[in-house]
Design a protein around this ligand. Sequence first.
Ligand code: ASP
Length: 324
Amino acid sequence: MSIRIFSGLAALAFALCASAAEQQYPTKPVVVVVPFTAGGPTDTLGRNLAASLTKILKQQVIIENTGGAGGTLGAGKVARARPDGYMVLLHHIGMSTAPALYRKLAFNPLTDFEYIGQVADVPMTVIAKKGLPPDNFKDFIPYIKQNKAKLSYGNAGLGAASHLCGLLLMSALETDVQTVPYQGTAPAITALLGGQIDFMCDQTTNTTAHIQSGGVKAYGVTSAKRVPSLANVPTLQEQGLKGFEVVVWHGLYAPKGTPKPVLDKLNAALRTVVQDASFKDALAKLGSTPAPLDKATPDGLQQQLKAEIGRWGPIIKKAGIYAD
Ligand code: ASP
C-alpha cells in the first residue's frame, strides 16, 4: 500500500515537473534542422526565421544543417529526435514528394510529426551560367533541344525543389538533360558559377543576388506573376509555358509527441514572425513572402502537406522516378 502511494506521488511529482518545464519552455537553445547545406535557400530562410524566433522566444534559436538525399536525412533525424521542442525541422515541398520518390523512407510525413505551421513561399528561377549562348528563354528552348547530349543541370537531390522544377521543365520542353545532384543548391550554384554545370532551377532566396549582379543569366521565374524584387525577369508562363507554376512552400515541424504547451508556444512565435515587418522585408528582398496568418497554423500546414502529397504522388509515379 505505502509503496503504491509513494509511486503515485512520484508519478504526480514527475507530471508536475514535466508540465512546469513545458510552461517555462524554452529554457535552453532550440535547434532548427535545415535538411540541406549551409548557404542555400532553405538555410537562408532558416537563418532569417531563427533570428526572429530568437527575439520572440528570448532564447537562442540555432540552425543545424543536415543535408543529403533531397532533404530526407534531416527530416528523418527530426522524426527520431526527443519530442521536447528543442529540435524542430524546417522543410519545404520535398516533405510531400518524398513518400512517392523514396521506396525506403525512414519517416512518415503524415504520422511522425507535429505541425507548427507554414513559414513562407519562395518562387523559383531558371538560371544559366554566364557563358551559355542563349540570352533569353525563347532562344534557350531550341538550344537545349539541339544540345541536350552535352548539357547538364544541377539540383539538390531527388525531391529537392530544384529537382522537381527541373523535372517539370524538362517535361514541358519535351526534352531530357543529364542532372548532377548536390547536397543543396549552395554547392550547385557554385558549380554553375564555375561553369561545371550549364543551368539550374533554384529558389529566389539563392539566385536573386546572382541575377541582380549579372553573375548568371535569368531565363524566367516560375511563379504565375512576376517577382517584385526581380521585376525585369519574365515569368515562364508569359514566355509560353502555359500553366507552369512552382512555388516552394515551407513548414515548421516538431517530432510526434511534442507536448501541446510547447507546440502552442512555437506556433504563437511563428505567427508573430510571419507578421513581423523586418522578417517580411528581409524575405521580400529575396523574392519570398511569409505565409499568411491562417496558413501559419498546425492545421494550415497539415492541410497543405496532405493536398501536396495527393498532387505530387501521381506526377512522380507517372514520371517513373524513385530511389531505392
Ligand atoms: N532547398 C534546397 C537547399 O536549400 C534546394 C532545393 O530544394 O532545391 O539547398
